[in-house]
Design a protein around this ligand. Structure first.
Ligand SMILES: [Zn+2]
Ligand SMILES: [Zn+2]
Length: 155
């Protein structure tokens, strides 16, 4: 599944994940606002993600399906691992975050896993937020979400 998705698709999923963490469901208008696009652009994209089984409609809102959540968890983990590796190479956290967003989908999962092991299986990203699910609860690192926000505001 990860191979079929674009960075933009992930931006939408992570935005819905972020909103659902706090409110249970998200509204199309919130997603559109967060991503700096019109409501009709967001609607079209969400329609596609519903068709792919990653997002479902609940009443007047939307939320991630089980598959969508699993995918977001994998992306958060991928993002955090790559971010950690890049900061080890000397990049600033912010720089690492940007670069990680660009490459997180194109690195095969088993290589991300090797990197993760090499780093000592960290459970937190350089921002200090959880990147793996488990005893400590749901991953909280949505730094990627903030990068997206800043990017669209800057454009
Ligand atoms: Zn990040
Ligand atoms: Zn982070």
């Amino acid at each position: 599944m990860v191979g079929l998705l674009s960075t933009r698709d992930i931006d939408y999923l992570i935005t819905v994940y972020e909103h659902c963490t706090f409110k249970g469901t998200a509204r199309v208008v919130d997603v559109a606002k967060a991503l700096g696009v019109s409501k009709s652009t967001a609607s079209l994209m969400i329609k596609k993600l519903v068709k792919w089984g990653l997002i479902e409609r609940v009443g007047r809102g939307i939320r991630l399906t089980k598959e969508g959540i699993d995918l977001c968890l994998e992306i958060i983990w991928r993002h955090g691992v790559i971010e950690s590796a890049l900061t080890r190479l000397g990049l600033s956290v912010e720089e690492a975050c940007h670069v990680a967003r660009d490459i997180e989908l194109s690195i095969p999962k088993h290589i991300v896993d090797k990197l993760w092991c090499l780093l000592g299986r960290p459970s937190r990203c350089p921002h200090g937020e959880l990147i793996v699910a488990g005893g400590m609860g749901r991953p909280t690192c949505t730094c990627r979400f903030n990068v997206v926000l800043k990017q669209y505001i800057a454009e």
